[in-house]
Ligand binder design. Structure first.
Ligand code: PXP
Length: 241
């Protein structure tokens, strides 16, 4: 059965609106775990716009499930990952002007650099994943780099304005998932997934993990974190393996 990992960046976003101490993503992470999340995800951005170094230090020391560290493939983030030793790093592209991660990582032509970049992390037993679009060439490049996991970007599907565009994006993702599986890559999905659109993946076999933040934290504002995580888990637990 696929598992749910919760991204708690959005809690840090609210805290940073006042540059204060609440709400605390560290507390939110513990509550997500208590509600049944299989892992916690945080993205420490180069500009520190939401998550702070203190957050990843504390979360990596206190959570009892897996910590998945989203990061750009920079020297600084490599050093941080080597220090905090997350279960996995998920390499994402990062642009200062974007609201959130907008597109997948470009792995094509970067194979040698990324193999070298990840080598010290792999030596420390840290797993790796690439956040990529469902593009056959990106999937093949991820395989060539030696990824164990890829996270297929579901944001274009989630943002599609018409049912036809959404269907086209969905079939692109499903073809991408099949290609990953044929190549022996494990597949996670994330970005823009919510309590409605996730149902489109209910019959798709072999998805390892859903990485979800915004929709869970949006529901948590009304119903609380515990209920928001449990509601998502209830859906995912009805999905095929
Ligand atoms: N996966 C990646 C790589 C992301 O950058 C994000 C957004 O922080 C997510 C998943 C979660 O997306 P959302 O907050 O839309 O659920």
């Amino acid at each position: 059965m696929p598992v749910l990992c919760v991204n708690v960046d959005h809690v840090a976003t609210i805290r940073q609106a006042r540059l204060g101490i609440e709400p605390d993503p560290v507390t939110a992470a513990a509550m997500c775990e208590l509600a049944g999340a299989a892992g916690i995800i945080m993205h420490l951005r180069e500009d520190r716009r939401h998550v702070q170094d203190r957050d990843i230090n504390l979360i990596s020391q206190t959570i009892q499930t897996d910590f998945h560290f989203e990061m750009a493939a920079t020297e600084e983030m490599q050093q941080i990952a080597l220090r905090i030793k997350p279960a996995t790093v998920c390499l994402v592209p990062e642009k200062r002007e974007e609201l959130t991660t907008e597109g997948g990582l470009n792995c094509i032509g970067q194979e040698k650099r990324l193999i070298e970049y990840l080598a010290p992390l792999h030596e420390q037993g840290i797993g790796s994943s690439f956040f990529i679009d469902a593009d056959p060439d990106q999937i093949k490049a991820s395989k060539a780099i030696g990824a164990e996991y890829v996270e297929i970007h579901t944001g274009h599907f989630a943002d599609a304005k018409t049912r036809i565009d959404q269907k086209n994006e969905l079939s692109r993702i499903i073809d991408g998932i099949k290609l990953c599986q044929d190549l022996g890559l494990k597949v996670n999905l994330g970005h823009g997934l919510n309590y409605t659109n996730i149902l489109d993946f209910a019959e798709v076999p072999g998805i390892c993990e859903y990485s979800i933040g915004h929709s869970i934290m949006a529901r948590a504002i009304y119903l609380g974190i515990d209920r928001a995580v449990r509601d998502m888990l209830k859906l995912i637990r009805t999905f095929v393996n």
